[in-house]
Design a protein around this ligand. Structure first.
Ligand code: UT7
Length: 345
């Protein structure tokens, strides 16, 4: 029997309205626009306003994705939300999103740091390939600004908030995830960590005051790790798909640092016009970064039906993941976008 593939039929994203520039941060900590731009490529990021949560951002992105796919929440068979900054430690944010959308299917939260969306996408594909489910919503959403310690300039300047969503639907056509790698090395756990607030160190007035309930990162170590794993993971995923770097139409890497992205593109010998970079406008939005970049590329008409995308991410764990994802030939929402673009040009 033919194994069903996954077609990407809808997408949507939510970027909070509040723009925080490097100069804004330089008003509250000892940093500068020059340092942030040259070290990371970031110019500005978005911070969610009061009243906006990871669940609300996810719902907004998911509603757009449903609309683009011309589907309703009732059509969903499964909801996967990748987030490391859920509204609560428990309940899982996935159930809040299921309820908010008015869906009645199962829902789960996938917590794999910045790598979460690629893990979730690959997981969705497995449920579709087995024939268990037909239509799956996959979201990456993070609200990290409320977790930042503004006395720790080395980490605080890098992160931002946002959400991106896609809908995968079963099809007979050969497309979807053609090759993937999921990696984890817990030996590097301390390099990206929120030390307190969990079971190992429950929250207390002392650890809150000491900034231990905020995110801490050893940027230099993560930088070295990222440059080590990205190219290797992509080559492995490409070889599984029986493809080479020349077959990649668009490279959509995790948006943590422009220098890391450029290094990975060089390793694959990919020209920068085949690489999506929006880290300058959003900073590092963790699990939201790959879907935000993917959605923007789809909206901008940078992606055509049948294109081969290379997605790669790395982050807390330490973890990494790569997926070679081919779009189907029949994506009504993409055709509409492209025609609109042509007529408005
Ligand atoms: O999604 C999770 C994945 N995370 C990442 O991918 C992050 C990966 N790492 C990075 O992107 C880079 O390592 C950073 C952008 C975080 C830092 O760049 P770097 O070139 O590795 O700088 P560094 O950490 O080696 O720091 C260099 C200097 C230090 O001063 P000294 O010790 O040389 O005097 C820092 O204290 O820059 C100083 N510094 C800052 N200066 C101004 C650190 N943060 C800041 C800041 N503003 N915000």
């Amino acid at each position: 029997m033919h194994t069903p593939s996954s077609n990407l039929v809808g997408w949507g994203y939510y970027a909070p309205e509040r723009v925080v520039t490097n100069d804004d941060l330089a008003q509250v900590m000892d940093t500068s626009d020059e340092w942030i731009r040259t070290r990371s490529g970031i110019r500005e990021r978005r911070y969610a306003s009061d009243g906006v949560h990871t669940s609300t951002m996810s719902i907004a992105a998911a509603q757009q994705a449903l609309e683009k796919a011309n589907l309703s929440a009732d059509d969903l068979d499964l909801i996967l939300i990748s987030s490391s900054s859920p509204d609560y430690l428990t309940p899982p944010v996935s159930s809040q999103v299921q309820h908010g959308l008015g869906a009645s299917c199962g829902a789960m939260q996938i917590v794999v740091g910045c790598t979460g969306f690629v893990y979730a996408l690959v997981t969705a594909q497995q449920f579709i390939a087995t024939g268990a489910y037909q239509t799956i919503l996959v979201v990456g959403a993070e609200l990290i600004s409320r977790w930042l310690n503004f006395e720790d300039r080395s980490t605080a300047v890098l992160f931002g908030d946002g959400a991106g969503a896609v809908i995968l639907q079963a099809t007979e056509e050969k497309c979807g995830v053609l090759g993937h790698v999921l990696g984890s090395d817990g030996a590097g756990a301390e390099h990206i960590i929120v030390p307190a607030g969990g079971i190992a160190e429950p929250p207390s007035a002392e650890n809150v005051a000491a900034g231990r309930t905020s995110i801490k990162m050893n940027g230099r170590e993560v930088f070295k790790f990222a440059t080590r794993v990205m190219g290797r993971a992509l080559m492995e995923a490409l070889s599984q798909a029986q493809l080479s770097p020349d077959d990649i139409d668009l490279f959509i890497p995790h948006q943590a640092n422009a220098r890391i992205i450029e290094y990975a593109a060089q390793q694959l010998n990919l020209p920068m016009d085949k690489v999506v970079v929006n880290v300058d406008r959003y900073g590092n939005t963790s699990a939201a970064s790959v879907p935000l970049a993917l959605c923007e590329a789809l909206d901008a008409g940078r992606v055509r039906p049948g294109d081969t995308l290379a997605l790669v991410a790395f982050g807390a764990g330490l973890t990494w993941a790569a997926a070679i994802f081919q779009l189907g030939l029949h994506i009504p929402a993409l055709q509409t976008t492209t025609e609109e673009e042509i007529f408005s040009a």
